[in-house]
Design a binder for this molecule. Sequence first.
Ligand code: SF4
Ligand code: SF4
Length: 200
Amino acid sequence: MKIQTGRLRFPDDEKRQPWLPLLLEIQHLTNQGVATAIKADGRKLACGRGCASCCRTHTDIPVYPLELMGIAWYATEKLAGEQRQRVQQQLLHHRDLGACPFLLDEACAIHPLRPMACRQFNVFNTVCAVGEDAFHSRYSDVLRPDLKSKNEALREMLRHHQIKDGRERRRLVETGEVHRLAQSLREMRWETLAARMSDD
Ligand code: SF4
Ligand code: SF4
């Protein structure tokens, strides 16, 4: 699978949404970290388009406030037509799905804006079996993210929370306190986003 390492650009939207450039930079850093870690490992990645067991088995995907803004923006402004309608329906009924509400036809409907955690979870050698969570079944095949890039991305995320002091950002990341900002993707009240998708 080709890991996208170039920064995504939405020039008009980035002018209108002042928080968006920071999020796109963070995603870029995350992608670079993933690419570095894959190269350092040397094994062949099993992940690829159409492979999505992890979007069902992972029930504890952390998502940060800035990432939620990105997801809401993308869902309301970029999804269109049938895809938009189907995602909206899934958001309304997300508690009964047994999968991430953005999983559509075995692909991520918000792929360009998917959270950091989804970008970083990659598995080597063999595609996950139905119902398998490789994190528990074969941890040795799970990619270890490049810690330097991962921490840098998290430190940048803290800029969104107006933490300007670099030493404080470093402390919050190194102590793990930054994770308190995250919520569980599967536990969000996605009905609110579904309603916004009707309004727009
Ligand atoms: S983590 Fe497993 S299920 Fe998810 S894309 Fe990779 S191989 Fe497929
Ligand atoms: S956001 Fe996308 S990649 Fe992440 S769990 Fe949901 S469908 Fe899968």
